[in-house]
Design a protein. Structure first.
Length: 143
């Protein structure tokens, strides 16, 4: 084999390698954490205000699981909540996110069924309105 054939073979192999690399890169899933990432970024100051309001509370919510498909949210001021929601955010797959409404309740604990949810890490994000102020609380849970 002479040098001319070796050089042509090297260019062909390099081209095949680059084509394979480009194909693999285009098939890779590149998704943002949320679909409205840029919109949420612009409204982040409101989020900072919600977290500051929550840090001023004497008692914060507590979110736990019992391992049997029940999510328990304990908060002594459920009776003051005007409106809100609890979102289970799955960082690895946004299709598994779930949302539950929160409302005024005399009970200090609320229970939500999470049977059938895929096992793994979730971020429980609780956002509510109380006494004219908005609040936000986040806790990592494992189902």
């Amino acid at each position: 084999m002479n040098w001319g054939k070796s050089i042509v073979l090297a260019f062909v192999l390099f081209g095949a390698f680059m084509a394979t690399l480009v194909t693999v890169c285009f098939r890779q899933d590149v998704s943002l954490v949320t679909a409205d990432y840029y919109k949420e970024e612009l409204a982040f100051q409101d989020q900072i205000d919600r977290m500051a309001n929550t840090s001023g509370l004497e008692e914060k919510p507590d979110i736990t699981t019992d391992g049997a498909g029940v999510l328990k949210v304990t908060f002594n001021k459920f009776y003051e909540i005007e409106s809100g929601d609890l979102q289970l955010f799955r960082p690895s797959d946004p299709r598994l996110d779930k949302q539950f409404p929160l409302s005024h309740s005399k009970e200090s604990s609320r229970y939500f069924s999470v049977k059938g949810f895929k096992k793994g890490l979730y971020r429980a994000r609780m956002q509510w309105k109380m006494s004219g102020k908005e609040f936000f609380f986040e806790q990592v849970i494992y189902l």
